[in-house]
Design a protein around this ligand. Structure first.
Ligand SMILES: [Zn+2]
Length: 265
């Protein structure tokens, strides 16, 4: 092989540097693409259904299950129209009974990135009148319980692979990596703001609940009590086409903000 002259050497070095730079950029690019989270699967959960009517309206006898289903389906259609790439799972899309555990199981099994459960509330007998919407989050103090539940239901295999000693670290870090609480809190505040902008309902605030249905969901999740069926005005609004559309619109806008934040990370 003849040795290169200076000019050839310079060209050779130039191309070598160029290839190195391209490889470097390619690796950086791949890392960035891999790091970006996609909100590609979500669960929209209409509460109750079938033999479980949920709560009953005082004035008209309207059943919660029949209010939350159209709201959930409207929300789904809005998301579908704007983001056709997102897989939307409805644990129920008709008037059927599905156990609470089954709903979160479906969410976990499909690796859903978000779980929104939609309900309507009723004051207890002894309580004075209440109205407006509430957004429920899982209480941080129940994390150990949620972790145990999650472990039993979903992570048994990972647990076996990770080994006993690292169990807590494994589960906690996977929850932390998912930004579990931060995302929950952001989503809840987006929902509250959005309800105030798009619906006629008053806010009763964001509540860290001690006991609620999405305990088993291993992804950011909220439960929305859209209003009180024991309040005549809320009942009328929630039963109306306008009220149901307003609530779906509010949830849609909150979802959009949440999606933007989630995918920015
Ligand atoms: Zn309910």
């Amino acid at each position: 092989m003849t040795s290169m002259n200076n000019e050839q050497l310079a060209i050779y070095n130039f191309f070598r540097s160029l290839i190195k730079a391209c490889l470097f950029l390619l690796i950086v690019n791949c890392t960035l693409i891999n790091a970006q989270q996609r909100l590609d699967v979500i669960v929209l959960d209409a509460g109750h259904g079938g033999k479980d009517p949920g709560t009953i309206g005082d004035a008209t006898g309207v059943q919660e299950k029949n209010i939350v289903l159209p709201i959930t389906m409207k929300l789904g259609r809005m998301i579908e129209a704007k983001y056709p790439g997102i897989k939307i799972i409805f644990p129920r899309s008709t008037d059927e009974y599905i156990e609470v555990k089954e709903r979160t199981r479906i969410a976990n099994e499909n690796r859903s990135k978000l779980f929104i459960s939609i309900h309507a509330n009723h004051k207890k007998k002894e309580e004075s009148d209440k109205n407006g919407f509430e957004v429920y989050l899982l209480n941080k103090e129940r994390f150990p319980e949620a972790v145990l539940f999650t472990m039993k239901e979903n992570y048994l295999l990972s647990y076996q692979q990770a080994g006993k000693d690292t169990l807590d670290n494994y589960i906690f870090s996977s929850l932390a990596q998912n930004g579990y609480t931060r995302y929950n809190e952001y989503l809840a505040s987006m929902i509250e703001m959005s309800f105030l902008s798009y619906t006629e309902l008053a806010t009763r605030g964001i509540i860290q609940a001690g006991n609620w249905v999405t305990l088993g969901a291993s992804m950011p999740s909220v439960l929305v009590e859209t209003g009180y069926l024991s309040d005549a005005s809320d009942e009328k609004y929630l039963s109306s086409e306008k009220g149901q559309s307003d609530i779906a619109t509010a949830l849609f806008h909150a979802f959009q903000s949440y999606k933007a934040l989630y995918e920015m990370q």
